[in-house]
Design a protein around this ligand. Structure first.
Ligand SMILES: Nc1ncnc2c1ncn2[C@@H]1O[C@H](COP(=O)(O)OP(=O)(O)OP(=O)(O)O)[C@@H](O)[C@H]1O
Length: 903
């Protein structure tokens, strides 16, 4: 480098060496070090030592000032002018005064700061511009977040200390600053502003307020206050600047005239009423928005689509000036809705889609394979999604402070220009550096709330998201030409609602899409009209043909926040529509579904009604606190407990591992597939998939990926005939998605126990229920107490056995046969003879001693088939569903409701 100075600048060798050392020192100072730290200071001549100007100071001195800002003092309104004059007087005359500019949104606080910054900087004095958020900082010339400028630790509690070395270039810059502006100080926790006070006292070695420097804090306490997780409004207030020792010492100026909505005074007055809490509230603290601001209900369009059309009526308008896209936005309280809207908008935006997939890496490499799918499916708060879909000229928002000095802060809005494999070329869309071309790299990111995830992980992705929509907090401080407010859930009127309303310039350019009339599932009746349910999809069956073979249907189970459940059905082509937009364990808002009575044989829930969802039903994915897959609770029955089930009509939820899926067999007019299963006990069992379960679920189980897939079976029954095996019933359902924590644990257990499972799957199992032999070999009596006994219903009626129990002298002789079923051997007992009062009679299949039940199982099962297609009012007994499928008795399987019944 010295050679360059010599050859190009024609410096002498000594001069070149000194210039190089100065440049090196300036770079080191910007990193909090200097030549002294590296024992190189002796190389500097005394002349150089005094002339070294840190890079931070040089950068700040060389700022260009916009002509508009230089002219703005002349445009100030009277309120702004009073504040401007007094602050400038304090700055120029070195008066130790600090100020607070209090003004509702749009009253020109930022305009005033810009005028002050331009005036001070034009006199070659240093004025530092900072703000609580990256977005607000990016609007100020050479603005930085206060946290990065003053090195205030983030997320720390209690008293905070700035970590700036006194020798650093940054310390030199702050010492030389004659004016410090901190916008949106109302959003900052009081400790962070107090930390600035201590820092300035320390650097100036002057123990007076802010070390005697002129500090201008500004903000609006009607907008968003400091965020206290799960805190009340009082907690937020207590954390704010007004509760700090600093507050009393600040000179306050109030700005009242709304300059943003100046052309619409009525709207401007209305916003102020909301901000000041003067709008009339109902008993639960809600305010009524003027109907002119609310979108008219439209039965044809989902609510969100309607709002999108208002804010982005056509992308053609933006073709010539892509930067203008960022002047309109949809604002909503939660990130989930933001992501959903952005996804829809990217789909609509013209051009070729470019997708970047993240690389998600678990901290423990052994868990990578197990969790990868799950991690790819989540988007932690403040992180980009795994699958980032972008298009050229689409607007994006930066999610991290990449390079604040280049205007790349958390919240900066940009326009995508070019997609390269390792970086995105973008153009800054707002603020001081509007139009500048910048490069966004992929970076490693970790969730802020790792406790919410089953594993620790890092996502390597571009720290951006599309920004057609953004959270209300990110919009604070911005002026937007057209604003859509999407409120799937209520918001604080004086905070978030006020922030969103005050982004607009006129009432005509803002529309609100309101929270729907949400009904609990248990309250839905046939008379329910105009309602929305918010529920998580807890089951989604494989689509299947109705028994008549004329239509396809799919059953879905929904569960709401109060854990009420309700069935829903989708028919025909509509199933395809909801293939990806109605996913298992995702939460949805479903508006105006139809309500029908569930045919009796399909009912197993308290609510006798079911919902009908079709392609015209507005369905939107939403995020509701406390309504996630993680809240799902199952009471799984272990396979070893099946023998102990005493309940006559159990509905068992079983989490199992598939060992193998047998062939489809036709037995007594019904199809069945036997699936050999087990769980962590390694006890094998059989699950018989009857009728349409053999047609749809059996192939799905056979095709599941992995050697030993894990499945959840819901509402299964025990097969009484075989005691420890399971079978499907009408209401049964299966979940193949193993995202549930218990299922993930079992799946990882299968990996560790593959050898044992392989052995179990390939060898013939031992007798499962072989009773112990007689204690005395002479005695043929076998003690069968505590053994599951199945009594062949075809030979003797159970009620008769109960009667027998009342008789004094009674003995029953049982015949024991060994049966083999799906490779599992079991003892089967049938009644051989019954002795009452010493007279023994032998039972006979053709001439039974005791009365048979009125219908044989075969007949009843046939009736069940017929009933399923009969009208819902035809009673169908619960026993129909309960009939055990055996080789000698037909299974009673559910036949789907005819579509006509459901529609
Ligand atoms: N004296 C003025 N003359 C002309 N335009 C002004 C004046 N004061 C403010 N404005 C304009 O009014 C709009 C709102 O001003 P500004 O953004 O400064 O308000 P704010 O109080 O900072 O708002 P917020 O609290 O929402 O951040 C801007 O478009 C700004 O340029």
């Amino acid at each position: 480098m010295t050679e360059d100075y010599i050859s190009i600048q024609k410096f002498t060798r000594d001069r070149a060496r000194q210039v190089l050392l100065q440049a090196l020192n300036a770079e080191l100072q910007s990193m909090g070090k200097n030549l002294y730290d590296f024992q190189l200071s002796h190389l500097l001549t005394s002349d150089s030592t005094t002339r070294v100007i840190p890079k931070e100071v040089q950068d700040e001195m060389n700022l260009s000032i916009s002509e508009d800002d230089l002219r703005s003092p002349a445009l100030l309104n009277p309120e702004q002018a009073i504040a401007y004059d007094e602050i400038l007087d304090a700055v120029l005359n070195r008066k130790a005064k600090s100020f607070f500019i209090d003004g509702p949104g749009g009253t020109g606080k930022t305009f005033l700061y810009r005028a002050l910054l331009a005036q001070v900087r034009s006199q070659h004095l240093i004025a530092l511009a900072t703000a609580s958020s990256g977005v607000a900082a990016s609007i100020l010339p050479n603005g930085r977040t206060a946290h990065s400028r003053f090195q205030i630790p983030i997320n720390a509690d209690g008293k905070l200390c700035c970590s700036i070395s006194k020798q650093s270039g940054l310390a030199a810059l702050i010492k030389q600053a004659i004016l410090i502006i901190w916008d949106e100080a109302s959003m900052a926790k009081k400790e962070t502003i107090e930390a600035l006070d201590w820092l300035l006292r320390d650097l100036t070695e002057d123990d007076i307020l802010f070390g005697g420097k002129v500090v201008v804090l500004g903000g609006d306490f009607r907008q968003v206050l400091p965020v206290i997780p799960k805190g009340t409004k009082i907690d937020c207030m207590n954390a704010s600047l007004v509760r700090s020792y600093l507050w009393q010492s600040l000179i306050k100026f109030k700005l009242k005239e709304n300059m943003r909505a100046k052309t619409d005074p009525a709207f401007s007055r209305y916003i102020l009423q909301v901000g000041n809490g003067l709008e009339e509230e109902n008993e639960v603290g809600e305010i009524k928005l003027p109907s002119s601001l609310i979108l008219e209900p439209n039965t044809q369009l989902p609510p969100l689509e309607q709002l999108i059309q208002f804010v982005f009526p056509s992308f053609d308008l933006h073709r010539l000036d892509p930067l203008s896209l960022t002047t309109s936005a949809i604002l909503t309280p939660k990130n989930q809705a933001v992501d959903e809207i952005n996804e829809v908008m990217i789909g609509k935006f013209p051009g070729k889609e470019h997708t970047y997939l993240s690389f998600d890496e678990t901290s423990d490499p052994t868990q990578q394979g197990l969790y990868i799918d799950f991690l790819n499916s989540v988007t932690p708060q403040g992180m980009p999604s795994h699958c980032l879909n972008l298009k050229k000229n689409s607007p994006i928002l930066l999610l991290r402070n990449i390079n604040p000095s280049q205007g790349l802060c958390n919240g900066t809005r940009l326009i995508c220009k070019e997609f390269r494999s390792h970086l995105i070329v973008a153009q800054i869309a707002v603020g001081e550096r509007k139009g500048a071309t910048v490069f966004i790299p992929r970076i490693p990111l970790q969730p802020n709330d790792p406790q919410h995830y089953p594993v620790q992980f890092t996502r390597r992705q571009f720290p951006i998201r599309a920004c057609f929509a953004m959270t209300i907090n990110k919009a604070q401080g911005q002026t937007l030409a057209t604003v859509g407010i999407y409120l799937p859930q209520p918001v604080f009127a004086h905070g978030q609602l006020y922030v969103t309303l005050s982004r607009a310039t006129t009432a005509a350019k803002i529309r609100v899409q309101m929270a729907p009339n949400i009904k609990a599932l248990k309250d839905i009746t046939l008379a329910s009209k105009n309602f929305t349910v918010q529920a998580i999809v807890v089951e989604k069956n494989i689509p299947r043909m109705s028994s008549s073979g004329t239509s396809l249907y799919q059953r879905i189970m929904l569960q709401d926040k109060e854990e009420n459940r309700m069935q829903a059905t989708v028919f025909g082509y509509d199933i395809k529509v909801f293939e990806t937009s109605l996913k298992l364990y995702h939460t949805y808002s479903i508006t105006n579904p139809t309500v029908r009575l569930t045919p009796e044989m399909f009912r197993f829930l308290e609510n006798k009604n079911q919902l009908g969802i079709n392609a015209r039903t507005p369905v939107e994915e939403i995020e509701i606190d406390g309504l996630t897959m993680r809240t799902m609770k199952y009471n799984f029955t272990p396979i070893t407990s099946l023998q102990q089930i005493k309940e006559a009509n159990p509905r068992l939820d079983v989490l199992f591992v598939i060992l193998n899926v047998g062939p489809r067999k036709f037995i007594n007019n019904s199809y069945v597939v036997d699936v050999r299963i087990t769980d962590q006990s390694l006890q094998p069992s059989v699950l018989s998939l009857w009728d349409h379960f053999s047609e749809y679920e059996a192939p799905a189980m056979a095709n599941l990926p992995g050697s030993f897939p894990v499945v959840i079976g819901l509402r299964l029954k025990t097969s009484k005939y075989y005691g420890c095996t399971l079978a499907t019933r009408n209401s049964s359902s299966f979940i193949f998605d193993v995202v549930l924590p218990e299922a993930i644990t079992l799946q990882s257990w299968t990996i560790a126990n593959t050898a044992k499972l392989r052995e179990l799957a390939t060898t013939e199992p031992e007798y499962l229920l072989m009773p112990k032999g007689p204690e005395n070999p002479e005695d043929d009596a076998i003690k069968i107490a505590n053994l599951p006994i199945s009594v062949d219903k075809g030979q003797i009626a159970l009620p008769v056995l109960h009667k027998l129990a009342e008789l004094k002298e009674c003995s029953i002789t049982l015949k024991a046969n060994m049966n083999s079923y799906a490779g599992i051997n079991q003892l089967r007992f049938t009644v051989h003879s019954i002795s009452i009062d010493n007279s023994t009679e032998t039972t006979d299949r053709s001439e039974p001693l005791l009365a048979l039940p009125p219908n044989t199982p075969n007949k009843r099962s046939k009736k069940g088939h017929n009933d399923s297609t009969a009208s819902a009012s035809t009673p169908t007994t619960e026993t129909t569903e309960e009939t055990n499928p055996t080789e000698s008795s037909l299974p009673t399987q559910e036949t789907p409701a005819s579509p006509n019944q459901n529609k």
